[in-house]
Design a protein around this ligand. Structure first.
Ligand code: GDP
Length: 299
């Protein structure tokens, strides 16, 4: 499993820029650290985090704590892992039945794909799953969800066009409870006409869920696109004003030059990063693993 992270991430722009840097600068000097700082900032690790990380390394280098660049690299690895460890908190869907996951996030980030991948993962683990087609704003979203459902033999609860999202999700939760299903994953609209509209809708969804289970939703999972860098940070900030996000999924980390955003997210919000998307197929959603992620990026 470790090797597969490396395979997926080593081709990413971020990993490439880090490894070429250590090839071009075999010697330990300030140039190496300057370029490292630039590489981290360019990858959207965030200016503050990048600067403080590199300054720490610089002081230790000047104190001659590193014998060679391999020693510096080992220290960089440890510090990057330390930044991510606090957000490595996997989602346990076994604590309630049905465990209700409400997925949120703007269109195009990979929300529907992620729901499909989750359905596959939980079924592979031997759990029963129901999907709720709550993105009633976009007809294509319902169809896409049904395709994932068919492929993985998972029931998708939907209603006709222009159905009310809260009503679809209420229905689905009722069905899930009646059938003794273990996990329900609800899709929601990625954009309504206004932020107020989205807030009202998500609020209503949470309210109707609570009629059936006062503890639901058990997870509000926000999906963000890792290729959008700093913009992903702004999206999380906006959604936190709308709904109580409890976990993140960062998608499309395969191949992006902006993978540093994972560090920025960890630092900025401290929200658990539940999963990361490392590709388009059903098995490309991984439980977030700080060490595997960092090792995939470093040379
Ligand atoms: P939604 O609008 O948020 O529901 O987005 P979709 O689920 O339709 O995904 C948008 C595009 O992103 C699709 O082409 C997906 O195949 C692609 N995608 C989703 N997750 C990943 C990922 O982890 N890696 C890559 N490379 N592509 C992804």
């Amino acid at each position: 499993a470790r090797r597969s992270w490396r395979e997926r991430l080593s081709g990413s722009g971020f990993a490439k820029s880090l490894s070429s840097l250590f090839v071009r600068h075999p010697k330990l000097d300030d140039d190496l650290l300057d370029e490292l700082e630039t590489a981290l900032i360019t990858a959207d690790v965030g200016v503050e985090a990048s600067t403080s990380l590199v300054e720490g390394l610089r002081q230790r280098m000047h104190k001659r704590e590193f014998a060679d660049s391999a020693a510096l690299l080992a220290s960089l690895r440890a510090e990057l892992i330390a930044l991510l460890k606090p957000v490595e908190r996997p989602l346990d869907v076994g604590t309630h039945a049905p465990f209700v996951v409400l997925t949120v996030g703007i269109n195009g980030v990979g929300k529907t794909t992620t729901i499909g991948k989750l359905a596959r993962r939980y079924t592979d683990e031997g759990r029963s799953v129901v999907l709720a087609a709550g993105d009633t704003f976009r007809a294509a979203a319902v169809e896409q969800l049904k395709t994932w459902g068919d492929r993985n033999k998972v029931a998708v609860i939907s209603q006709g066009q222009d159905a009310d999202s809260a009503s679809v999700i209420f229905d689905a939760l009722q069905t899930a409870r009646a059938r003794g299903v273990q996990v329900m994953i609800a899709d929601t609209a990625g954009r309504l006409h206004t932020q107020g509209g989205l807030m009202d809708e998500l609020g209503k969804i949470a309210r109707v869920m609570k009629k059936l289970d006062p503890a639901a939703p058990h997870e509000v999972l926000m999906v963000i696109d890792g290729t959008t860098g700093q913009n992903a940070i702004n999206q999380v900030r906006q959604f936190l004003q709308i709904v109580g996000v409890t976990g993140l999924v960062v998608t499309k980390l395969d191949g992006t030059a902006k993978g540093g955003v994972v560090f920025a997210l960890a630092r900025e919000f401290g929200l658990p990063i539940r999963y990361v998307g490392l590709g388009e197929t059903a098995t490309d959603l991984r439980t977030f693993d700080a060490e595997a992620f960092v090792d995939g990026l470093l040379p």
